[in-house]
Design a protein around this ligand. Structure first.
Ligand SMILES: [Fe+2]
Ligand SMILES: [Fe+2]
Length: 332
C-alpha cells in the first residue's frame, strides 16, 4: 500500500474532528494563543507541563552555581549585582511554576518530582564554579544560550508560557551583559586575570553549546513541538545561531573559543564548528556530572528548612479566610 493510500485509509478510520479540536487547530495555524480555558489535546498539555516544569526547575537549581560566589564576590558592587541576578533566577522559577499550574498540575507535585529526582533540569547547572571568572562565563555563555533558546519561546502557542518568557528574556539579556562585563574586566586586567577568564571560558563553552539539546536527528519530540508551535526552531538551528553570535563577541573580549574547527563558511553564511562530545552530555544527564548529587541535596535541605515558612503562610491564609467570612456574616 502506498503512503497516500495508507493516509486515506487512516482518514476513513479516524472519527471526524470535534469542534474543539478544529478550534485548537485554528489557534495553532493562525499563530493565536492557546489559553488555559481552551480545549487542548492531552499530549500538548503533557508536553507543556514537562517543558515548563523542567524550565522552572532549571531556574531554581541554577541559583546554586552562582549563589556559591555571593559571599566571595570581589567587591560590594559585584556582590550586589550577583545577588540581584540570583534573585532574578528565583523569580523566573516562580513565574514558570505558575505558568505550569495553569495546565492543571500542582506546585507540590512539581516540587516532589524535582526533589525525588524524577524530574530533569538543565544539565549545565551540574557543573561546578571553582573561580570568580565562572560568574562571567555563566552570564555570557549560559545566560547567552538561554536567551537564544528563549526569545523564540516568547511566541510559544501557549499563552501563559509565552507571556512569562517576555519578562524573563528582558532579565536574561541583563544577565548576559553583566557576565560579558565581568570577563571584559578580567581580560583588561593582569595576565593572571586573563588566564583565569580564558580557563573558565574553556570549561563552559562546550557545555553551553549542549544546552540546546541533542542534534536534531536524536531529538524525537522536537518535530511535534514545532508543529504545535511550542518550539519555533530546531536544536541545531539555535546552536548555530548561538555560535554565530559568540564568535564576534569573543573577539571583542579577546578570549579564544576552545574549538580549532571554528571558521567562517562563506557558502553557508555561518560559522562552522567542531563536533561536540555528546558522551559527556549523556553522562551528566544520567546523574554523573560534577555536582548532580550536591545540587539535589542542597535543594532538599532548602525545602526542609522552608517548611516553617509554608506552615506559617498556610496558617495566615486560613486566618484571613476566617476573618473575611466573619466580616461577611456581619455585613449580611
Ligand atoms: Fe533565568
Ligand atoms: Fe539568567
Amino acid at each position: 500500500m502506498t503512503e497516500a493510500e495508507l493516509s486515506r485509509q487512516r482518514d476513513v478510520e479516524q472519527p471526524a474532528p470535534t469542534p474543539e479540536q478544529l478550534e485548537f487547530e485554528r489557534l495553532i495555524e493562525t499563530d493565536s494563543r492557546v489559553e488555559p480555558t481552551d480545549w487542548m489535546p492531552e499530549a500538548y498539555r503533557k508536553t507543556l507541563i514537562r517543558q515548563i516544569s523542567q524550565h522552572a526547575h532549571s531556574e531554581i537549581i541554577g541559583m546554586q552555581p552562582e549563589g556559591n560566589w555571593i559571599t566571595r564576590a570581589p567587591s560590594l558592587k559585584r556582590k550586589a549585582i550577583l545577588m540581584a541576578k540570583v534573585q532574578d533566577e528565583a523569580g523566573h522559577g516562580l513565574y514558570l511554576y505558575s505558568a505550569a499550574q495553569t495546565l492543571g498540575i500542582s506546585r507540590d507535585a512539581m516540587y516532589d518530582q524535582l526533589l525525588s529526582g524524577t524530574a530533569k533540569y538543565s544539565s549545565i547547572f551540574n557543573y561546578t564554579t571553582p573561580t570568580w571568572a565562572d560568574m562571567g562565563s555563566i552570564g555570557w555563555l549560559v545566560d547567552g544560550a538561554a536567551i537564544c533558546n528563549q526569545v523564540p519561546l516568547c511566541r510559544c502557542s501557549y499563552g501563559p508560557y509565552g507571556r512569562a518568557m517576555v519578562r524573563i528574556c528582558k532579565e536574561e539579556s541583563f544577565h548576559q551583559r553583566q557576565g560579558f562585563e565581568i570577563l571584559l574586566t578580567l581580560m583588561r586586567g593582569t595576565p593572571e586575570q586573563q588566564r583565569m577568564a580564558q580557563e573558565s571560558v574553556n570549561r563552559w563553552y562546550a557545555p553551553a553549546l549542549m544546552m540546546f539539546g541533542p542534534p536534531d536527528g536524536e531529538s524525537p519530540n522536537s518535530q511535534r513541538s514545532m508543529a504545535w508551535k511550542i518550539k519555533r526552531f530546531s536544536n541545531d538551528e539555535l546552536r548555530q545561531r548561538f555560535v554565530d553570535m559568540l564568535v564576534p563577541q569573543a573577539e571583542v573580549l579577546g578570549v579564544t573559543l576552545p574549538d580549532p574547527d571554528i571558521r567562517w563558511n562563506e557558502e553557508r553564511g555561518h560559522y562552522d564548528f567542531g563536533v561536540l562530545d555528546w558522551d559527556e552530555f549523556y553522562e551528566v544527564l544520567a546523574g554523573r556530572g560534577q555536582a548532580n548529587t550536591v545540587r539535589l541535596a542542597n535543594r532538599r535541605a532548602a525545602h526542609d528548612d522552608g517548611a516553617w515558612v509554608r506552615e506559617a503562610a498556610r496558617a495566615y491564609a486560613a486566618r484571613e479566610d476566617a476573618d473575611r467570612s466573619t466580616l461577611l456574616e456581619r455585613i449580611a
